[in-house]
Design a protein around this ligand. Structure first.
Ligand code: SAM
Length: 245
């Protein structure tokens, strides 16, 4: 079973949206578990302080390394076998590849930041993987932790309806997924592309692959470059394909 431990100042936020729909059903079925841990339980003063003013001045408060280290060490003692992540915009961007590896393991421990962030010495003193969910700033790490968990949980065995339903998805092949359509066949004068109604599976696959490539190239040139597509199809081909669509 995939076991998640969340170190947070707001344990009551969990499971939150992860208690609903696909993830909620999987939780009820015992396919994964979650243990939110109150970081304040590791404070030692009578005010249960976890933060202090930033060294060097400036706005806000910073989470203390000593308090967080006690919380992290207790989590490591309990679950030395699972990766330890901290959510921070300064971390490595989360990828589908990392999500797959995490989901294949026994679980994860996630440290959620608040305020202006975490005393940097914690990351020097402990082996913690710093993870970002994108180039924007959230008010706390809890939502980011939920993103990590949601992405992992849907990949756990038995959670998604059809075992293969994740294989074609965006990022799994290094490309964005092709566009999807469903009934009605005509809506506001727009029809589902003819090929998708043809019943010709080879033609459908070819169309989907071409659209996945074209959309990745135009929407996410960074992904396309990493995929190696820029070398396979030179820019002149890109212009050609856009005109054909
Ligand atoms: N002052 C920090 C900075 O500019 O990098 C931002 C702190 S943010 C207000 C508070 C907490 O939210 C962070 O410590 C982190 O845990 C979480 N957080 C915010 N944005 C995030 C992101 N893009 N990815 C992961 N965690 C994030």
């Amino acid at each position: 079973m995939f076991a998640a431990t969340i170190l947070t100042l707001y344990p009551e936020m969990f499971p939150g949206p992860l208690g609903i729909s696909l993830a909620g059903r999987a939780l009820a079925e015992g396919r994964w578990s979650i243990e939110p841990v109150q970081i304040r339980d590791y404070a030692t003063d009578r005010h249960r302080s976890v933060d202090d003013t930033p060294a060097g001045g400036g706005a806000g408060m910073v989470m203390r390394a000593d308090v967080l280290a006690r919380a992290v060490d207790a989590a490591l003692d309990r679950r030395p076998d699972v990766p330890l992540l901290a959510m921070t915009p300064r971390g490595r961007p989360l990828s589908q590849e990392r999500v797959r590896t995490l989901a294949a393991g026994p679980g994860v421990t996630i440290l959620c930041g608040r305020f202006e962030g975490i005393d940097e010495r914690l990351f020097e003193g402990r082996a913690i993987e710093q993870v970002s969910v994108g180039d924007y700033v959230l008010s706390g790490g809890e939502m980011a932790a939920m993103v990590v968990l949601d992405a992992c949980i849907r990949l756990l065995p038995g959670v998604m309806g059809a075992a293969s339903s994740g294989d074609d998805e965006s990022f799994e092949t290094g490309l964005l997924e092709y566009p999807q359509y469903t009934r009605p066949v005509e809506w506001e004068g727009r029809t589902i592309p003819e090929v998708l109604r043809s019943g010709d599976h080879a033609a459908v696959n070819a169309w989907r692959h071409a659209r996945a490539e074209a959309d990745t190239r135009s929407r996410r040139p960074d992904l396309w470059e990493r995929h190696g597509g820029a070398r396979i199809h030179p820019p002149s081909g890109a212009r050609h394909e856009k005109k054909d669509r």
